[in-house]
Design a protein around this ligand. Structure first.
Ligand SMILES: Nc1ncnc2c1ncn2[C@@H]1O[C@H](COP(=O)(O)OP(=O)(O)OP(=O)(O)O)[C@@H](O)[C@H]1O
Ligand SMILES: [Mg+2]
Length: 281
């Protein structure tokens, strides 16, 4: 295992997060890139090795504020590893990762990165099966307290409004009183997206959201993610090309830990290099 750079020991409180914003520069982003794109999140020359194998190999990626970006590429291309790096689960050997141009994510722990406004949805839904849809969203609003405490604390009017808003976004208003465990697979995925949305993240990372969904559910998920763009920056990793076509504006193709191609879906689909390593399979 390769040694990882040292990570701050104690959990940062929000005040310390803003301290990082104030004092950490973003030295590696060239002024040209900064001006042309207004990136909200960027990785530059990021390398991650697992026992000598480079899961990410000098990867550079820039995400604009409010965009909906699809990341595609063959198995093992490094897509999930890229999300692991952004969320602090995996530390790169080298490179830089900045949020909002000035917050150095490599200095923050997982919980702090989430708190700073980057939410991540894993492939398997992890909702509280024995609680209602509403309660799940309620719990998501109060992440740092225990379940027992959270469900006994009164919600503020603002929090109630946010939950109603999220219920509408994820299309589960009619299921608000239903036990999460009784939802369909697709509905559980939406609930989990809703739990992230309840915290109003600036960036939402979604890894393979439509795996195992019915055609109808895939369509609804495309609508949901489309509706989030603009208000949130959404990064979607997915193998279902039908779905990617339904939501894609800007697509990045990863291959062997780096960007193979990037651009509009129409161009990407016709790129011989992309067809060779991925779409032609
Ligand atoms: N913790 C780990 N230890 C060792 N190797 C790992 C680890 N995590 C990922 N890898 C390896 O790194 C490479 C990239 O994996 P990653 O999961 O990022 O690919 P992916 O693009 O998400 O693939 P998929 O489409 O199959 O989900 C793979 O070869 C994988 O086996
Ligand atoms: Mg993956």
């Amino acid at each position: 295992m390769t040694a990882r750079p040292e990570v701050e020991e104690e959990i940062l409180d929000p005040a310390r997060v803003s301290e990082f914003i104030a004092h950490e520069g973003a030295p590696s982003l060239s002024p040209a890139v900064a001006l042309a794109h207004k990136p909200i999140l960027y990785l530059e020359r990021v390398t991650v090795s697992f026992d000598g194998f480079k899961a990410l190999n000098n990867l550079s990626l820039y995400l604009d504020d409010g965009e909906l970006r699809c990341i595609i590429g063959p198995n093992g291309a490094g897509k999930s590893t890229m999300m692991d790096v952004i969320t602090g689960k995996t530390r790169p050997d080298s490179g830089s990762v900045y949020f909002g141009q000035t917050l150095n994510l490599l200095k923050l722990r997982e919980a702090e990165i989430a708190q700073a406004g980057i939410g991540r949805k894993f492939q398997q839904p992890t909702v509280f099966q024995g609680h209602t849809v509403f309660e799940n969203l309620e719990l998501a609003l109060q992440t740092n307290k225990g379940v027992w405490h959270s469900l006994r604390t009164r919600l503020t009017g603002e929090q109630r409004d946010r939950i109603d808003e999220v219920l509408e976004l994820i299309g589960l208003e009619d299921q608000r009183g239903a036990l999460a465990g009784r939802l369909s697979h697709g509905q559980k995925q939406w609930l989990e997206i809703g739990m992230l949305l309840a915290q109003n993240p600036q960036v939402l990372l979604v890894d393979e959201p439509v795996a195992g969904m019915t055609v109808q559910e895939v369509e609804s998920t495309a609508q949901l993610l489309n509706s989030l763009a603009g208000r949130h920056t959404v990064v979607v990793v997915e193998h279902d090309m039908e779905f990617v076509r339904a939501i894609a504006r800007h697509v990045t193709v990863l291959h062997e830990g780096r960007v193979l191609a990037e651009g509009r879906m129409e161009a990407i689909q016709n790129d011989p290099r992309v067809i060779e390593v991925y779409l032609g399979e």
